[in-house]
Design a binder for this molecule. Sequence first.
Ligand code: ZN
Length: 508
Amino acid sequence: MLLSHPRIYLDATGEYTDSLLIRRNKVLAVGEDARHAATSQDPRLRPDGACLFPALGDAHIHLWGLGLRPGTIDLRGLDADAALDRLADAASGGDGWIYATNLDEHHFSADQQLTRRELDRLFPTRPIRIQRVDRHAIWVNGEALRRAGIDQHFQPGDDGHAARDDSGELTGLLVDGAMTPVLEAIPPTTLTEDRQSFLEASELLRQQGIAFCTVARCPVAHIEMLKDLADAGELPLYVDALVAGTDDGLEGVLRSGPFDDGGKLRIAGIKFYADGALGSAGAHLLSSYRRGGKGLAMHAPGFLKRRIPQLMKGGWQVAVHAIGDAAAREVLDAFQDVPSQRRRQLRPRMEHAQMVDPVDAPRFDELDVIASIQPIHLRSDAPWAPTMLDDSQLSRLFAWRSLLPAALAAGSDYPIDDLNPWHGIATAMTRRGADENPFRPDHALTRREILSAYTDGAAFASHREDYLGKLHPGFNAEVAILDVDPFRAEPDEIWETSARLLSAEQVE
Ligand SMILES: [Zn+2]
């Protein structure tokens, strides 16, 4: 096929051409070469849109767990009344549990609230569970409380909170540890449901111009599902799965070794968590939070230092979640114990790298560690971060420029955060929080830097930089059609970008 458009970007440097010759899903030639090499056998296609762009990657996404279920009702951005309307529409008919997610009471007007009472009016007999956007709280109705065995005498432990109204009645809002009885009463997802969630989320990604992703934590039990989808030619995305490093079945996975056939599925990474999340004061810090405590380390001292070199010796890429600066240092120390040639070959990754001591920042480049960042977390966290961290701690938060020239790979952390990569790209450029105030704008990334992190950077982190992330000759023809030109548009316009992928049928 001869694809033509006045602006076909070849990569994140902004170089562009007007023609691509595509055969069997590969870019064969660009520009004048493409026009000359095309024959009458090659169908012509001239898509609309402001430009064509290499399809993006999402370097950190969750496609299972975290409450993801097929048919979950998305309440992102809605106030209480709109949320109730959406629930009434979406959950009419049927029986059994109703699942909704991404509710954020910051969108409620002052006189609005959402309690068990409103939910019971809509759903007197069906249990409903609504997740807060950060997954640290849920709203439930009376039937859900009943099934969870929660009555008016319920006393959560120190790690949780159950909200009560003026008369002392439970409102149905349960925070952290208080959610446990409800979460345990909900039937676990089946593999069939997980397969459905995976396919639904993949479709959402494709609708944003994303063709490849790293699954940031893949349970061992889901590996077969991915392999079956890949064998059947039904994987909607190129998937790079990081296997959960503490899963029971891991030994079997390690015995069969890393899997990468150069096709759509790669299972060659192992994922660990060094600490928790900042919002719940679980990120492991070098100095105390404003309210005291330094967060928590997930593993016993020395575990990562022992385990990481072992796994990398076996040819595995290792990725470790590290949000606090103490966690980042622990992870860099562990990577440092791996021979440098092996590091260069396997590309260890730090997931989030959200807070890094200035002493440690240059070590990413020195140790060939990829910084896997999620710019959209800045938008979510910046408004409240100053309530938890002092100025010196804030200065090392989301300090992306200090990590350069290390390789950056960008992603969303969906469903924890907004999966729209154009929101992430705009946020990386403006560093605006959800309150619209810029947070340390001196660490803003240029459009080239952030577009690279979402294309060739994400491909590099997945060892796919030879065929994804660019549209050079020899690359796979994974093309996004954008209605905004990201090299010329203002960040606000980039935020509004809509994108779609040129479908495989079109490029056959
Ligand atoms: Zn994550």
